[in-house]
Design a protein around this ligand. Structure first.
Ligand code: MN
Length: 431
């Protein structure tokens, strides 16, 4: 037998939608693309899908391994069927056939991504693993899985695997969605339920998706058409404040802002009524006013105590003494942290996202130069911000967690990133 060495590359949250060649409204929801700052967000002429970046990364991985098993593990939200519209189809309930069509639309929108994955799977010691996230729970459908395999590894179907979580060699992997409106069953087939038609009595299988699905489709998607930054900033507080403070301003990332609050209220009411009426038909759509308020609070602040991915990692480590490292995604914000749980240092990684996120550049406290009236200066800067468009910077880091096992079985975990300019993999903290 050849060497027992192996390498696992973990990436997360690519949110592939229908591609940039779809209608601009659909393209808006596509997150695996870059949009230049300053250009009206409805002008998608200069948008690029990031497929070439992925293509380069895959080719680097393939040419840097020979006598080794190589696993590419997607840690969830790889595909974003919630960003794909199907003409004349209701979003609810979510049926198998519709999800196949959604996947086909995503694949057609990202030919280069598919070709790169197929090239990866053609290598004899390579395999791909998909861990679903709250956005691509449609991977639970056997027919969607078949469709994925057919496209990326038709000759070697055994090189593609689907799992919901994985613990191996003291390292635990999961997407990490634990907010009340986003968590889902970690046993894939349990997410498929039988639904009895209220009038016909006909039994159909449907996906027991999370409430977050309906909030994405029914609230976030329509709002994205007014404000490009919706779902593209880690903490949404800025988006809401910006809209409330500048109802009539139209920066490149926003249009028709003065109706934003009305549109938001309209869609929220619609979802609320819809959910109240449909509780008998579906399991996870049950919602109450407090739950919706909690979700809104989470959207604005980016966190509810106990439901962050870090909290999830801490909980898991407390319950599993044999685990040293927890690797999650979901929050789109890469980082690593040393956690002292159970009298020994253990590690939590968040592999972030492979999509374009935006951050607002705020003057740091060190930029405040006044010796006296420090607070006043801060206040003046805040007031200046009220009248100026804030500076937004695009953040794309392509984080990759690399887990390696050498011939002796020694395990190493390194947080890296794909340098899309230099076309090489480097330490995450390297500039
Ligand atoms: Mn997620």
């Amino acid at each position: 037998m050849s060497s027992g060495a192996r390498k696992i590359y973990v990436i997360s949250d690519l949110h592939l939608g229908a591609g940039v060649h779809s209608s601009w409204k659909e393209s808006m929801h596509e997150m695996f693309k870059s949009h230049p700052a300053g250009l009206d967000f409805r002008d998608t002429s200069e948008d690029k899908v990031l497929d070439p970046v992925f293509h380069d990364f895959i080719h680097w991985v393939v040419s840097n391994h020979e006598d080794e098993d190589v696993c590419l593990r997607f840690l969830g939200d790889t595909f974003d069927p919630l960003a794909v519209e199907l003409d004349g189809r209701a979003d609810f309930p979510q049926y198998e056939g519709d999800d196949v069509l959604r996947f086909q639309k995503i694949a057609a929108g990202h030919p280069e991504f598919i070709v790169a994955l197929r090239f990866f799977c053609e290598q004899p010691r390579n395999y791909v693993e998909f861990v679903p996230g709250n956005h691509d729970l449609f991977l639970a459908w056997p027919v969607v899985q078949t469709e994925v395999v057919k496209l990326i590894s038709p000759d070697h179907p055994e090189r593609v695997r689907f799992l919901t979580s994985l613990a191996e060699d003291g390292v635990y992997f999961e997407h990490g969605a634990t907010e009340p409106h986003n968590r889902f069953d970690l046993i894939l087939k349990k997410n498929i339920i039988e639904e009895v038609g209220p009038l016909s009595g006909e039994v159909r299988r449907t996906l027991d998706v999370t409430q977050g699905h309906y909030l994405s489709r029914g609230l976030a998607n329509p709002l994205m058409l007014i404000d490009f930054l919706i779902e593209r900033m880690h903490i949404h507080g800025f988006v809401w404040l910006d809209i409330l403070l500048h109802p009539f301003r139209r920066p490149w990332y926003r249009c028709r802002s003065f109706v934003f609050v009305l549109v938001a209220a309209y869609h929220l009411t619609k979802i609320f009524i819809f959910h109240s009426l449909s509780t008998l038909r579906h399991m996870r759509t049950k919602s109450g006013f407090m739950k919706i308020l909690k979700v809104l609070w989470w959207t604005i602040t980016g966190a509810i105590d106990g439901t962050t991915t870090k909290a999830r990692a801490e909980r898991y480590l407390r319950e599993h003494d044999e685990t040293d490292v927890v690797v999650l995604g979901h929050e789109h914000s890469p980082g690593e942290e040393l956690l002292h749980i159970g009298n020994r240092p253990r590690k939590y990684f968040n592999v972030g996202a492979w999509i374009q996120m935006w951050e607002r550049r705020v003057p740091s406290p060190s930029e405040l130069t006044w010796k006296r009236f420090h607070r006043l200066q801060g206040l003046l800067l805040f007031l200046r911000d009220l009248f100026q468009s804030p500076e937004l910077v695009s953040v794309m880091l392509f984080p990759v967690l690399v887990v390696s096992h050498d011939e002796k079985g020694e395990r190493g975990v390194r947080f890296m990133r794909w340098d899309s300019e230099g076309k090489e993999i480097r330490d995450f903290t390297d500039q």
